[in-house]
Ligand binder design. Structure first.
Ligand SMILES: [Zn+2]
Length: 79
């Protein structure tokens, strides 16, 4: 089974969906049993979403930016 340090090392690949199926299976199993890593990955997703909103804020309509930010906050809250 993967260890927490393995989860941190491959978190970006997991979020990007670029892990292979075998690695994804092990990754998912670890996230199932480890709340610390679930929180870590959720925060990484939130950070990426916020960075995307910040990068695109000049090209997005205000309501679009708000929707993206709201989704990121919902994910961070675990919904
Ligand atoms: Zn862990």
């Amino acid at each position: 089974m993967l260890k927490c340090k393995d989860i941190a090392a491959h978190a970006s690949e997991h979020v990007d969906g670029s892990l292979g199926w075998r690695a994804s299976l092990g990754y998912g199993l670890h996230l199932f049993v480890c709340g610390y890593c679930r929180r870590f990955v959720r925060q990484l997703r939130t950070t990426i979403a916020c960075a995307r909103v910040a990068a695109a804020k000049d090209t997005l309509a205000p309501d679009e930016a708000r929707k993206i930010a709201d989704r990121a906050l919902e994910r961070a809250a675990g919904h």
